[in-house]
Design a binder for this molecule. Structure first.
Ligand code: 5AD
Ligand code: SF4
Length: 348
């Protein structure tokens, strides 16, 4: 009975995989409303009303990998590639500081051009010049690289496991091994990074069971941050012609992830804002998420970072996006955080 599951949530009892599967198949609007309300309440109780803004810098769209869903995959010869210089990145950090950001997210494809020495220098300079937490999202490297970048001052690292279905993972990631990826996540935590992961909802071949398993995996990994977005089909990839992920299913996965993991930081992702430009961001903030990552990549590069097509705020300058997002968050009655927005998990 659905009411039994709802009271299990209210009493904060652990949900089983079967419970999660049942809740993921809810379709009744009234019941979905109740589920989202419960996720929102747990968000409020565990991470409060503050929304953390993280300024996103997509500093290189070169990638050595060939993930089947992604427009930046190396075999996509139809995009122009770019790399931002050290100085260009620092300029964006300076802008971010002026705009009041307390975290900068450095994201790129897996681009070995940026050696660990270059990353260390960049991280040190950002830390010297700006009062800012640094999140890295640059893919797989060797363990000593993660250690060196952490010692240089990086605070957080994002590495999605994308799907916990091993067969599907292997099929979609010709260059990456699932077990190794999970191992990297444990390295990152042990090194001391606030560690984030996440998944894509609606990958071709992904089942409801897989998504329930993903949610259990989030909990097992004891993550600090979890990013969840719908699959968006890109025509220049092997998945061309596939259906986009379902936004409602994405919302259910987010709500249940909040209910299960409680005090994690969860972004209202760009993929959501892309599939639902009018109101998607706000909806996700109302059912469990508490982070927004405005895009600060210089306009001349923005359209080239085409993970998927028609990415949200592709031609809007950073200042405009910022004002628009703050207005929309305030209109929800939520506050903009004034601190770094570090993990709320106690470690030690
Ligand atoms: N649709 C949705 N998300 C995607 N990503 C990459 N390609 C797509 C796509 N076509 C996500 C991956 C990656 C993150 C940076 O973007 O989850 O980890
Ligand atoms: Fe490269 Fe990341 Fe895209 Fe995979 S998802 S092709 S690693 S940019």
């Amino acid at each position: 009975m659905i009411n039994d599951l709802f009271s299990k949530i209210d009493n904060e009892h652990d949900l089983t995989k079967a419970d999660i599967c049942e809740l993921l198949t809810l379709n009744d609007q009234q019941q979905l409303y109740i589920l989202y309300e419960k996720a929102d309440k747990i968000r409020k109780k565990y991470v409060g009303d503050e929304v953390h803004l993280r300024g996103l810098i997509e500093f290189s769209n070169y990638c050595r990998n060939n993930c089947h869903y992604c427009g930046l995959r190396r075999d996509n010869k139809s995009i122009e590639r770019y790399r931002m210089t050290h100085d260009e990145i620092l300029q964006v950090c300076s802008l971010a500081q002026k705009m009041g950001f307390h975290t900068i997210v450095l994201q790129s494809g897996e681009d070995p051009y940026y050696t660990v020495e270059m990353m260390e220098n960049l991280i040190r300079q950002i830390k010297q010049n700006f009062d800012m937490a640094i999140t890295l999202s640059i893919g797989e490297r060797k363990r000593s690289d993660y250690e060196r970048m952490f010692n240089a001052g990086a605070d957080r690292f994002l590495l999605r496991f994308e799907t916990s279905n091993r067969q599907l993972y292997a099929k979609l990631h010709p260059d990456s091994d699932f077990n190794h990826r999970i191992k990297i996540l444990t390295w990152l935590k042990n090194i001391g990074y606030q560690t984030g992961s996440g998944i894509i909802v609606g990958l071709p071949g992904q089942s409801i069971e897989d998504l329930a398993e993903d949610i259990m995996k989030f909990k097992e990994l004891d993550l600090d941050m979890i990013g969840i977005g719908p699959f968006i089909c890109h025509s220049k990839t092997p998945l061309a012609g596939s259906k986009n992920g379902d936004i409602e299913l994405t919302f259910k996965v987010i709500a249940l992830t909040r209910i299960v993991t409680k005090n994690t930081h969860m972004p209202s992702t760009t993929a959501i804002a892309t599939l639902r430009p009018n109101g998607g961001m706000e909806q996700a903030l109302g059912l469990g998420t508490n982070v927004v990552m405005p895009n600060l990549t210089p306009i001349k590069y923005r359209a080239l970072y085409e993970i998927y097509p028609s990415k949200a705020s592709i031609d809007e300058v950073a200042e405009q996006t910022h004002v628009r997002i703050i207005k929309r968050i305030n209109s929800l009655g939520r506050l903009i955080s004034k601190d770094y927005g570090h993990s709320l998990k106690k470690r030690g």
